[in-house]
Ligand binder design. Structure first.
Ligand code: FES
Length: 327
């Protein structure tokens, strides 16, 4: 493969003793094959141009997760990313992971990320819900989330973590699903109840970036949606987000469109709605209060048929390996 010249724009970060971080961009020209990895290019820069450039690496095989960094606008593993795939007009921009404290250049403090993992109690617990029989297909239930290498790519690009640092984040929630779906786990309901609360799985906005950036195809958002489904099935619906989701479900099934006039009261309850009355008055003044008479979608019967098919033959929430497709 022909060698080409690329311009690497690299964010250099230095942490001061007071905890503040000074950042500046530095440019390096590198001649390298387009199928070389970004990690190889960084080693070339460190070895021949600036030995102070700091980044983490270990396995070089997309296994350890230590080389995760922002590359051309997305968080990726540098050892898995080919230079030619991410160059924009010959330029590649490199920065540390977002949503995590920066230590130096691309090295971040992974401690807060692991605190979130710790918060979901990442081990099996004894309890009354332990299955008496663990079947041969049980591994399928936990398989896809166990591929996670804890690289932090999903947390770095998570839009909810950006605005709500208390959010558990996609990796921790995917890990939680691994235990909720394990037949040996004895406290599945306790876990679902706890994760239904603030900063748990209902906080996810389903932007899907965690699915896009995960280098191991773990699809954390899929695990989050499954956790929600399990929680609703178990009756943990006493929160705004669950009531909101159930109201959506009810309206679409009935009319094929939302009754936004009653959506707020069904989600927030009477007291919550009264607390938001200022916003409602504002909407009223602007002529944006929706009609109390919902619009019924054309061909709503087809939609109901789809719901009935799903109820008869639900999309499997246990595994990806044995997904059941509705009729
Ligand atoms: S060096 Fe281990 S994942 Fe990249």
């Amino acid at each position: 493969m022909a060698v080409q010249r690329y311009l690497f724009r690299i964010q250099r970060n230095r942490r001061n003793s007071d905890g503040s971080v000074e950042s500046k961009w530095q440019e390096f020209n590198v001649e390298i094959a387009e199928n070389a990895t970004v990690l190889s290019a960084l080693e070339e820069i460190k070895g021949h141009q600036d030995g102070s450039l700091t980044f983490r690496q270990s396995c070089r095989s997309a296994i350890c997760g230590s080389c995760a960094m922002r590359i051309s606008g997305r968080t990726r593993l540098a050892c898995k990313t080919h230079v030619g795939k991410v160059a924009r007009n010959g330029v590649i921009e490199i920065a540390p992971q977002a949503n995590q404290p920066v230590l130096k250049d691309m090295a971040i403090d992974i401690g807060p990320f692991y605190q979130r993992i710790r918060a979901i109690t990442p081990w099996l617990q004894e309890g009354s819900e332990t299955a008496q029989h663990v079947g041969s297909s049980s591994y399928d239930q936990v398989n896809h989330v166990t591929q996670c290498i804890m690289c932090g790519c999903c947390y770095s690009d998570c839009t909810m973590a950006e605005v709500s640092p208390q959010f558990l984040g996609p990796a921790a929630l995917a890990k939680a699903f691994r235990f909720v779906s394990d037949p040996r786990e004895g406290k599945k309901s306790d876990r679902l109840k706890q994760l239904s609360e603030s900063h748990g799985f209902w906080s996810c906005t389903r932007c899907t970036l965690c699915v896009d950036v995960c280098p191991k195809e773990v699809s954390p958002m899929e695990a989050i949606v499954k956790l929600r489904t399990r929680a609703v099935q178990k009756g943990f619906t006493d929160n705004v987000a669950a009531r909101h989701a159930l109201a959506f479900h009810e309206d679409i099934q009935k009319d094929g469109s939302l009754n936004e006039f009653t959506l707020m009261i069904r989600s927030l309850g009477l007291i919550g709605t009264l607390e938001e009355s200022g916003a409602a008055l504002h909407l009223l003044k602007k002529g944006k209060i929706p009609s109390p008479f919902p619009h019924r979608a054309d061909q709503v019967e087809q939609l109901r048929t789809m719901y009935q098919a799903l109820e008869r033959n639900p999309v499997d929430v246990e595994t990806r390996a044995k997904e059941v497709v509705p009729e």
